[in-house]
Write a protein that binds this ligand. Structure first.
Ligand code: DX5
Ligand code: ZN
Length: 225
């Protein structure tokens, strides 16, 4: 794919140093990151616990970057709207966690946010076929959700391609977000496959120099911009 489109680099704070989160975020802002990815985990939908509404609220005041709240929680419909109110510009919910997806997506939009649908690595793209028209973006998990620093699952590249085709065939503007195991070695391939928003945690905050790491990832995508 050689078309011109907007590629967003979205650092995931999961791998950041939480004792100086403000400085970590300022570093990736300087590097040209365009979205801040915040992983919300409840210890139920995934075997890990992270942050929630108060942290999103504080971050929204501390950065001008739009916040993408990736909800890895059971019953996301109970909380999705509150994340928009707390300051998240984008809120994404897992299809595996929500039998009332349409209602949840609408609640995010009515609150003024952008609504995203998330697919675990082996959840078929066909599951979101019907939801595509209601979603602003689809987040493809390229690792199993719950932890940073895992290895990219190569089969998800073809999944991104199929999803891209599905979106284009329907004439939709739904964007594709990809999350998990992205680094310098594979970022060009995921963008070529059709991803627009690239989440990276350990490849940015797991390095000694988050600013430089984020800049390098961004520079690796400039041929598409
Ligand atoms: C995993 C999270 C990711 C995580 C990615 O469940 O959704 O956002 O932070 O981390 P890396 O880039 O290290 O795989
Ligand atoms: Zn995430």
């Amino acid at each position: 794919m050689t078309d011109s489109r907007t590629i967003d680099i979205a650092p995931s704070i999961l791998s950041a140093n939480f004792s100086c989160l403000g400085e970590e975020i300022a570093a990736v802002e300087r590097a040209g990151a365009t979205i801040l990815h915040v992983d919300v985990m409840d210890g139920h939908f995934v075997p890990n616990i992270t942050v929630g509404l108060p942290v999103v609220k504080s971050l929204a005041r501390a950065t001008h970057l739009p916040i993408d709240a990736h909800l890895m929680i059971s019953e996301p419909g109970r909380y999705a709207e509150q994340f928009v109110t707390a300051g998240a510009r984008m809120v994404s919910v897992h299809v595996e966690a929500d039998p009332n997806l349409h209602r949840t997506l609408m609640s995010i939009k009515h609150a003024g946010g952008l609504a995203g649908v998330v697919l675990n690595p082996v959840t078929s793209v066909l599951v979101v076929e019907e939801a595509l028209q209601y979603a602003d973006y689809v987040l493809v998990m390229s690792v199993n959700p719950g932890f940073g620093g895992q290895q990219f699952i190569p089969g998800t590249l073809d999944k991104v391609r199929r999803l891209r085709r599905m979106i284009e065939e329907r004439g939709l503007n739904t964007r594709i977000d990809i999350d998990g195991g992205i680094d310098r070695s594979n970022i060009e391939r995921v963008v070529a496959a059709g991803a627009d928003i690239i989440v990276a945690g350990s490849a940015i905050f797991g390095t000694g120099n988050p600013e430089q790491a984020a800049r390098e990832l961004r520079e690796a995508t400039v041929q598409w911009v």
